[in-house]
Structures are given as structure tokens and as C-alpha cells.
Ligand binder design. Structure first.
Ligand SMILES: [Fe+2]
Ligand SMILES: [Fe+2]
Length: 713
């Protein structure tokens, strides 16, 4: 396939984003295969993992076994339909009448008796000779008359050739359709041919006597003439039976949207199973259509749009938060962790309160920014809702407590506040889970369980963050406020050493830290970072403390006996020594940057002047620090604070004017010397910092100046 070059370049550039997008879509669709409603298909005896609430209004259907039984019953209840054939009845009667007329004409005829018999038996071959003889005799009249009466009786009730052929239902009843009217009668009320003969014989016996000639001849005559006048209407019977079967109501009721089908942790009984089966039956035709494909596409399209907006946001933060490939990988891993946890465990009750959404929010807030964490939170939750139909109330609790955690962790995220942060985040998550569940009409007990889950999630998240934040910081090359707070603890071994070995440098560092913190606050830079930079910038001086003016007493200065170039080399060494110490103590690189850059490439003026006084051709560069120049706002602040503190301290009589002048001179010199050439600091901010320094230093030095003057008076 040919891909245009511009497209190929675009794909190459965004290969990471595309991979994350595809991976997320695949995972989502694996874990949350298409269904409008994600409700577990529970069977009788299962335990409900969570509250199941009807997502739609649907008909409650009969249990399939019961329905089958009811349908069979309805089918069986329909009696077979027999058609009463009026014509067949008439034909039989006519047949007898014709015989009687024929016999009359025979009797009146003067033919020989034998001829008459021959003609008769030719016409009625089924009649025996004896019967023919009787019919032609005096008794014939009686036989005929009895047969006529009997036939009338029998045919009017109905005669079927054979009762075995009747497809009976539940009971032995039949419907007889006669002259457009229907009668239901018991099968014993109609006759088959055998029964008809049996009936006649019994009738004659009871009416006459058992040796009457009627008993001998009437049944024979009837049998030879009678034709069944009832027949089974098979088509009508099965039509009626199918109708009855199909008209059994499948529906036994209605389940309304929002109705609770089963509570979490309850055993699913037959009625619950029926409700769930009914719901699936209601939904399945809707899922098998074209609709299904469209919904699938639309859902993934929505996710694509959300993802696209999120990536746009991340990329917009690219420069500000120094986001690199590994950051994107980290952020998407956290996102995918959420898909996995929810995808694997979403069958469990109240799992949404345990989702690591809280954990990811806290991590992103710590490692990047609050805004970033908020946007990620919204992205995270909206994708989960989209695919899983996550219960809204669980989501709401998670949203609120995550927002709280995002803010809290950047205010109070330090080991010192560890317990308080755990309790707060846990409580907020727990309380919200409880209130929202209660509002959502969940039972009190379930609300309590949710709140316990919420609390546990809060506690676990903070514990995990504290446990893994340092590893993450190292992998991602970030410093979070948790680490910065650790470094600001004066019990840090390097700071204890600094205080013990170099009380002068220690004091200097404290003042630089305080100046830097205030300056950073004033220009909206990271005040914690600036303060830590102030604390650690001069730790290298611990190697040879006596070579630095702030640690010298009046009696001894080791530089007096050294050539200025050597002195400068020793002074410069505090940068390299500091870096070594920092590495040994695993100080984050962002903090070590302060050690390396706080002098930039400025000159060590005192010794440069000293050298120039001896040799006017002195090379300035030998007295320059090796750099690098400060880059971040915080590094720039510490460089300025460092020079300003040293400068003001060297004033013999620091009054307000003197201090202001000194500060201005230092700022101007640094600027002219190009020390801010690589800094992100704006000129406007430099001016703000200058004022902050003047004000702070005035507070530190002024009182002492006044007391001195008073003392002199
Ligand atoms: Fe220094
Ligand atoms: Fe310093």
C-alpha cells in the first residue's frame, strides 16, 4: 500500500500517541465487549457481585419451563373438532326408505317368491338370504320399522367409523360442529360402528326379548345400511390447538427502569434469574442488528475524539512541564492500569470505589501539575464511563475525592504530613462514597461497605505514592514536593554536616534559601525548589571550609600565603566537590543543578583584582567559574540571592541606601556579564526579585544597624 510521504512523517512523529490509542481501544473492547448495558448474566445460585438495577423498562417473562408447561396444557385443553355430516345422515335414512319402498313394490307384485328373492339379493348383495326372506315376509315390516327408529336415534347422536382415530386432548371430550353450531360432548355420547351395533342389540333385548327375531335381523340390516356421519377435522383441530398454545401470555409483569433486581452479595434465586433472563431477551434482538455495528463504531469514534483532545492538551504542556516520551509512556501506563483493574474486576461489587483513578490523579499532580492531573482525571473517567457504563454515583465520589487529593497532595505532600494526608484523603473518599451511595438509594449497609472501600482506596493510594514516588522520580527525572520536603528537613545528613563543619556557610545558605523562597513566591516560581537550592548550593564548601571568608575568624586566612591563581582554583573546587557530595547522597539532578550553576561563569573578583595588582596582564578566564549558566527561574534566583547575600554581608555598615546600591550593582553586573543568557527569567521578574531582596534584607539587617548606632551614642 502506498502511503504519501507527508502522512508517513506524521505517523512517524506521532507513533507513540497512535500506539497508546490503539492499545487503549483494543483493551477497552476486549474487556467491555459491545453491549448497551453491562449487566452480568447471572444464573440461579450465583452471588450478585453488585447491586443490579434495571437499566431500561422491560417485560418480565415467564420462566421458560413454566411457559413450556403452560403451552402444552393449553394445547391439550383444546378438544378435537368433529364435523357432523348432515348429508351422510340423510343418505343413510334415504337408503332405508328406498329399501322399504322397493320391498312394498315387491310385495304387491305377483312374481314368484324365488324371483323376488333373486332380484332383491342382486340389488342388495350385502343382505343375507335369511334376512331377505324375512324382509319379504310379514315380519319384514317390523324389522324395517325398528331399524328406521334405531338409525334415527344413533345417527342423530353421531357415528364415527372408529374412535381410536380421534386425537383426544386432556379429557375425552369432542367438539361437534353441526349446522354451524358447536356442542361439546363426552366421547361416550357418540358411537363408532361397533358401539352402534352393540347399542341396537342391547336396545332390542331390553325392549323385546332376547329370542325375538328382531335381535337376529335388525342389527344386520342396520349394519349393512349405516354410514358414519362424523369425521375428524384435523386441520381445524390443529389450528385451534396451535392458537391456544401461542396465545399463552409470555409476560407476567413489567420491570421498571431503575428497579432493583438484586442487591450486591445476595444469592440469585429463580425470580431474579427470570428477571435477568427477561432483560437479556428484551435486549438481544436490539444487539443483533445493524445498530450494533453502528454503535460499536460510534463508541470508538467518541473515544478517539476524547483521546485526541487529551493528547492535544498533553502536547500543549510539552514545554511547560518538560514532557518527554517516557512521561507519555508513564501517563498512559497509569491510564491503562485503570482499564485493566476495572476490566478484570468490574464484576465485583463497588469496584469503582477501589479504582486506581485516585492513585493516578495524585501521581500526576505530584509529578507534573494540578491542571494536568485534573485533565487526566476527566479523560480517565470519561473513557471508563464510555466503555463500561460505570455507575455514575461511584464515579461522582471518585471525581470529587480525586480533585481533593490533587490539591491536597501539592499543599501538604510530605512525609511529615504523611498520616494526616492518608486520613484526609481516605476520609473524604470514604465519606463521599457513603453519602452518594445513600443518596443513590442504596441500602445503609451497602453504603457503609462503599465508604470502607473508598477509605481503603485513599489509604492505599497514599501509601503506594510514598513507597514508589522516589523510583518514579528517578525513572522520569522529576522531583516532587515529597522529595523536596525531605530535602528541606534540617535533619538531612548533608545539612547536619554543613551546620557542624561550616557554621558560616550554613548561615549563608539559610539566608540564601529564605531570600530565594520569597523571590520565587513573588514571581510564581517553585518556591520549594528555590529554597532547597538555597540550602544545598554551597555544600561543596565542607571539603575546605577555612578557605571561604564566611568561615574564617580574624586571626587566620589560609589565602594569605597562596598565590591568587591557586586560591581561585581552590574556591572553584567547591562546585565540583558539591556535585560529588550530591551524587553520593543521591540528591536529584534538579537540585544538583543549583550547585553547578549558582556562580554561572562569573569571575572570582577578589583574587582576580589581587592578581591584576601583581600582573596587569592576568587572563580573566583563569578566574572564572566553569558554569553552566543558570537555566530555570529557580536557579537564576539562587544565583542572585547568593551574590546579594555575600555582597550585603561584606558591607561594613549596611544601611538601607547602601544595601539597595549593592543589590543594584550586583544585578547590573550579572546582567552585563551575560549570566542570564540561558535563563528563562524575564526582565520584569528580575526587577520584582530585586525589590523582594531589598525588602527582605532590610528586615534582616536594619535592626542590628540601629542597635549599633544606639550603642555608639
Ligand atoms: Fe558558592
Ligand atoms: Fe553561596
Amino acid at each position: 500500500m502506498h502511503i504519501p510521504i507527508f502522512l508517513r512523517d506524521k505517523i512517524k512523529k506521532h507513533i507513540l500517541d497512535i500506539s497508546i490509542l490503539l492499545l487503549s481501544i483494543i483493551l477497552f473492547n476486549i474487556f467491555f465487549p459491545y453491549s448497551v448495558y453491562t449487566i452480568p448474566n447471572l444464573k440461579k445460585g450465583d452471588i450478585a457481585s453488585r447491586d443490579i438495577i434495571a437499566p431500561i423498562t422491560f417485560d418480565l417473562l415467564k420462566n421458560s419451563t413454566i411457559l413450556k408447561m403452560e403451552r402444552q396444557l393449553a394445547y391439550d385443553n383444546v378438544p378435537p373438532v368433529l364435523i357432523f355430516d348432515e348429508k351422510a345422515t340423510q343418505n343413510t335414512i334415504n337408503e332405508l326408505y328406498k329399501l322399504s319402498v322397493f320391498l312394498d313394490s315387491m310385495k304387491m307384485n305377483l312374481w314368484k317368491q324365488d324371483n323376488k328373492k333373486r332380484i332383491l339379493s342382486k340389488r342388495y348383495p350385502s343382505l343375507s338370504k335369511e334376512l331377505i326372506e324375512i324382509l319379504l315376509s310379514e315380519k319384514g315390516e317390523k324389522v324395517l320399522s325398528y331399524a328406521g327408529g334405531a338409525l334415527n336415534d344413533i345417527l342423530s347422536k353421531g357415528v364415527i367409523s372408529d374412535k381410536i382415530s380421534i386425537p383426544f386432548g386432556k379429557d375425552k371430550k369432542v367438539v361437534i360442529e353441526k349446522n354451524g353450531k358447536e356442542h361439546i360432548v363426552g366421547v361416550e355420547e357418540i358411537f363408532d360402528l361397533n358401539e352402534a351395533m352393540h347399542f341396537i342389540k342391547q336396545d332390542i333385548t331390553s325392549k323385546y326379548s332376547s329370542n325375538s327375531f328382531l335381535l337376529k335381523y335388525s342389527p344386520e340390516l342396520t349394519q349393512s345400511i349405516i354410514k358414519p356421519n362424523l369425521s375428524v377435522d384435523i386441520a381445524e383441530t390443529s389450528f385451534r390447538r396451535e392458537n391456544a398454545r401461542n396465545s399463552v401470555q409470555k409476560k407476567v409483569g413489567v420491570i421498571l427502569k431503575g428497579e432493583i433486581i438484586v442487591r450486591a452479595n445476595e444469592i440469585v434465586d429463580e425470580s431474579v434469574e427470570d428477571k435477568i433472563t427477561s432483560m437479556y431477551t428484551y435486549m438481544s434482538p436490539k444487539q443483533n442488528s445493524f445498530d450494533r455495528v453502528i454503535r460499536f463504531l460510534v463508541k470508538n469514534m467518541i473515544f478517539f475524539i476524547i483521546f485526541f483532545l487529551y493528547i492535544l492538551f498533553i502536547n500543549s504542556q510539552f514545554k511547560k512541564l518538560n514532557i518527554r516520551k517516557r512521561d507519555k509512556i508513564f501517563i498512559s501506563s497509569v491510564f491503562i492500569l485503570n482499564i485493566l483493574v476495572y476490566g478484570l474486576f468490574y464484576q465485583f461489587a463497588h469496584i469503582e470505589y477501589l479504582l486506581p483513578v485516585l492513585l493516578s490523579s495524585i501521581l500526576i499532580s505530584l509529578l507534573y501539575s494540578r491542571t494536568f492531573a485534573l485533565v487526566s482525571l476527566l479523560f480517565n473517567l470519561s473513557s471508563l464511563i464510555l466503555y463500561s457504563g460505570l455507575r455514575m454515583q461511584g464515579l461522582l465520589a471518585l471525581l470529587i475525592s480525586s480533585i481533593y487529593a490533587i490539591y491536597l497532595i501539592r499543599e501538604r505532600g510530605s512525609r511529615k504530613h504523611f498520616v494526616s494526608v492518608i486520613v484526609r484523603v481516605g476520609l473524604v473518599n470514604g465519606i463521599f462514597a457513603f453519602l452518594i451511595e445513600l443518596y443513590g438509594e442504596t441500602s445503609f449497609g451497602q453504603a457503609i461497605i462503599s465508604s470502607v472501600y473508598g477509605f481503603i482506596n485513599g489509604v492505599i493510594s497514599i501509601i503506594l505514592v510514598t513507597a514508589f514516588i522516589q523510583i518514579l522520580e528517578r525513572i522520569l527525572g522529576k522531583v516532587t514536593r515529597i522529595s523536596l520536603m525531605d530535602l528541606l528537613d534540617l535533619n538531612h545528613p548533608l545539612l547536619i554536616d554543613l551546620a557542624e563543619k561550616t557554621s558560616g556557610t550554613f548561615n549563608h545558605s539559610m539566608v540564601v534559601a529564605s531570600l530565594s523562597e520569597k523571590a520565587a513566591l513573588a514571581i510564581n516560581a517553585d518556591e520549594l525548589m528555590a529554597k532547597v537550592g538555597g540550602y544545598f548550593h554551597d555544600i561543596g564548601k565542607m571539603e575546605k571550609p577555612e578557605y571561604f571568608i564566611e568561615n574564617q575568624n580574624r586571626d587566620f586566612n589560609p589565602h594569605q600565603s597562596l598565590p591568587p591563581e591557586i586560591s581561585a582554583t581552590i574556591i572553584k573546587e567547591h562546585i565540583i566537590d558539591g556535585e560529588k557530595m550530591a551524587n553520593k547522597h543521591k540528591i536529584p539532578s534538579q537540585v544538583t543543578a543549583f550547585i553547578k550553576s549558582h556562580h554561572g561563569t562569573s569571575t572570582i573578583e577578589y583574587f582576580l583584582e589581587k592578581s591584576k595588582s601583581q600582573d596587569p596582564l592576568t587572563d580573566d578566564n583563569k578566574y572564572r567559574y566553569d558554569g553552566p549558566l543558570p537555566k530555570t527561574n529557580e536557579e537564576t534566583i539562587v544565583m542572585l540571592a547568593d551574590s546579594v547575600e555575600a555582597g550585603v554581608r561584606s558591607l561594613s555598615n549596611p544601611d538601607e541606601q547602601g544595601m539597595k546600591r549593592t543589590i543594584e550593582t550586583i544585578f547590573e553586573k550579572k546582567l552585563r556579564d551575560g549570566q542570564f543568557n540561558e535563563s528563562e527569567m524575564s526582565v520584569a521578574n528580575i526587577l520584582i526579585i530585586r525589590d523582594v531582596f531589598s525588602n527582605v534584607l532590610k528586615g534582616i539587617y536594619h535592626p542590628r544597624v540601629d542597635y549599633d548606632n544606639i550603642g555608639k551614642k
